[in-house]
Design a protein. Sequence first.
Length: 406
Amino acid sequence: MSQGTDHVLSDLRVLDFSRALAGPSCTRMLAEMGADVIKVEASPNGELARRFSNYKNNRSLYYVQQNLGKKSLCVNIRDPRALAMIAELIPQMDVVVENFKPGVIADMGFGYERLREMKKDIVLCSISALGQKGPLSSKPGYDYIAQAYSGVTSMIGEPDDAPYIPLVGMGDVSTGVHAALAIVSALRYRDRTGEGQHLDIALLDVYYHYHEANVHAYSGSDGAVKPTRAGRHMTYACPGGVFRGKGGYLVIMSFLHHWKDLCEAMGRQDLVTDPNFSTDLARLARRAEVVKLIEDWLQTFPDVPSAIAHMEKHQVPVAPVLSVVETTQHPHHRARGTVRTVHDRLAGDFDIPGMPLKFSRFPKDLPLEAATLGQHNEEILTRYLGRSSQEVQQLRDAGVLVEKEI
């Protein structure tokens, strides 16, 4: 049970070898739902994320955000005694999560077949950039590497310039969420059959799944449609995208049946039936003209908020383009817990994104904290492995266990 608090997964035990973002996002979701997550960190300094976003007291806020609710077991993984302790933990776990380069977990002695020998119904979730199998599987990879291979990068940016990358961990975080879904699904299957399995979750596959229209547009048109980036606006419906208002930007999505709503807001009901503008295909053929028409109209308002208020009276789907700073202060985000303030005993209070899954039986976030390096070494060894405090101290003295206030 994650830090002693009940939730939907409070009977689940997870051994977490993952690092950085994709794997930790997966196991953080599980911990926020009550799972007992033991994070294995390599000495002397723990996982690499502990070196990012160190703003206060050398404490990584990045690590805190991605590792709420997990217990830290820091060991010298080159010492056979450390590997033996990890092997002892396996039979007591339901799930093992790792995001090493494919093959590394097996080289450590914890590949799926070996894990099955330790516990027949174990679920191993392997997260990687390009997958466990296939011609590219042996390549090292990160979020943007998988994004580039997926074709998603080619869809971002201005048409006559280099592609852009989104400055958020979109692929890593969403792959972690996909992995968490695969894990709970595999556990449901295990409940029915008694069988575990090995899950292969790749950022490439998750990114490719984001192509809601691009792939079938190319294939279904026999190659006539070749999707590519188009700047601020959608390529298959119009109007939809980012528009310039007075003093800022806003997103308007007024295609299909919402075109009528925008026309009413602009006082241009004539455009609803005009054959040059009455359908999305017609408007796409004149997208530059449609964008200019809307942006010229937006300039008649004193500012972006007044333009939004007017459009909302006509049920136009519209939103301001908020900065990160503005999101932290928005009353809706605060009311929902989209933004939450957490307390860390080393770094103090600061804001992070909230738990995106809401449960009616558990309306409040669990009061979780992120561990310092090796904080739970003694708890894990005494509770799970039956070691005495004296034996734990001997392992500390031998450098097998490491603990630091970071």
